[in-house]
Design a protein around this ligand. Structure first.
Ligand code: SAM
Length: 256
C-alpha cells in the first residue's frame, strides 16, 4: 500500500502498529479464513488490514480520517466506508460478521456499546484496547475492575483477554499498555430490556463503596419492587447473573 508519510492525528486516536511480531500474533488470534465476512474498524495505515485481506480475499474497513480512507481506496480488495464508526449501521454488512480493530482509545467504550445491538449478527470481535479497559470488560465480581462495563458486556458476550501489547509496538507509542480482547456473542443471552439493565447497573455502581440499599434499594423502592434481592452488599459483589435476573423481574414490575 502507499508508503507516503502520514502525520499521526491525536484527535483520531492514531497510534499505528509497527511491530511485526505483534501484528502476526493478532492475525493468528483472529485466524481469518478466505471468504469470511469481516469488518475492520480504524484500519489506519493498514498494519493489520494488509495481512487480513491477504487471507480473506475481501475486507470492509471503516475509517474516519479522510486522507487514510483515500489511501485505502487504492486497494482493490477493500470496501472502504469513510465514516465515524459510531454512526455506522452495522446491519448493512449482513450476517455472520467478524469485527476487528485496533480501536481509537478515546471512544473505545462508546464503540463497544454501539456494537451491542448488532451482537446477534456477529460471530466474534477482536479488539486492541487499553489494557485497563480490557480488565474491566473481563472482570469477575469482587474487585475494583468489576463494574458497569463488565455487566453490560458479559450479559451479551463471552469476554476473553488474550495478551498484552506494550507501547513500543506503536508509532507514536500510546501512554498506556494495551491488550487484545476476544468477544464472542453468547448463543442464548438472558432476554431482557437492555435499557432497564443499563439503568439499574448505573444506579447500582453510582456509589460503589456503599451498600446497595443506599442506591439500588431506593431505586427499587420507587419501582415498588416486591421481589427479593440482597441489598446488604456492595455493587461489586453481585454476580452478573443476579443483575440479569433482577432486570428480568423488573420488566414486569410497575414503574412510577
Ligand atoms: N489499525 C491501525 C493500526 O493498528 O496501526 C490504526 C489504529 S489507530 C489506534 C485508530 C484508527 O481509528 C485510526 O486509523 C483512526 O483514524 C481511526 N478512527 C478514529 N476515530 C474513528 C471513528 N470515529 N470512526 C472510524 N475510525 C476512526
Amino acid at each position: 500500500m502507499n508508503a507516503a508519510p502520514h502525520q499521526a492525528r491525536k484527535r483520531f486516536g492514531q497510534n499505528f502498529l509497527t511491530d511485526h511480531g505483534v501484528i502476526d500474533a493478532i492475525v493468528r488470534a483472529i485466524a481469518p479464513r478466505a471468504g469470511e465476512n469481516m469488518v475492520e474498524i480504524g484500519p489506519g495505515l493498514a498494519a493489520m488490514t494488509q495481512p487480513l485481506v491477504e487471507r480473506l480475499g475481501r475486507l470492509t474497513v471503516v475509517e474516519l480520517d479522510r486522507d487514510l480512507a483515500a489511501r485505502l481506496r487504492q486497494h482493490a480488495q477493500l470496501t472502504v466506508v469513510e465514516a465515524d464508526v459510531l454512526k455506522v449501521d452495522f446491519a448493512q454488512f449482513g450476517e455472520s460478521l467478524r469485527i476487528v480493530g485496533n480501536l481509537p482509545y478515546n471512544i473505545s467504550s462508546p464503540i463497544l456499546f454501539h456494537l451491542l445491538p448488532y451482537a446477534d449478527r456477529v460471530i466474534d470481535q477482536h479488539f486492541m484496547l487499553q489494557k485497563e479497559v480490557v480488565l474491566r470488560m473481563a472482570a469477575q465480581p469482587g474487585g475494583g475492575d468489576y463494574g458497569r462495563l463488565s455487566v453490560m458486556l458479559q450479559w451479551r458476550y463471552d469476554v476473553e483477554w488474550l495478551f498484552d501489547v506494550s507501547p513500543e509496538a506503536f508509532d507514536p507509542p500510546p501512554r498506556v499498555t494495551s491488550a487484545i480482547v476476544r468477544m464472542t456473542p453468547l448463543r442464548s443471552p438472558a432476554a431482557l430490556d437492555v435499557a432497564m439493565l443499563e439503568e439499574l447497573v448505573q444506579v447500582a455502581f453510582s456509589q460503589r463503596r456503599k451498600l446497595l440499599r443506599h442506591s439500588l434499594g431506593r431505586w427499587l423502592e420507587a419501582r415498588a419492587f416486591g421481589g427479593t434481592f440482597d441489598l446488604q452488599r456492595r455493587a461489586e459483589e453481585v454476580p452478573v447473573q443476579e443483575y440479569l435476573a433482577l432486570a428480568q423481574n423488573l420488566k414486569a414490575a410497575p414503574t412510577v
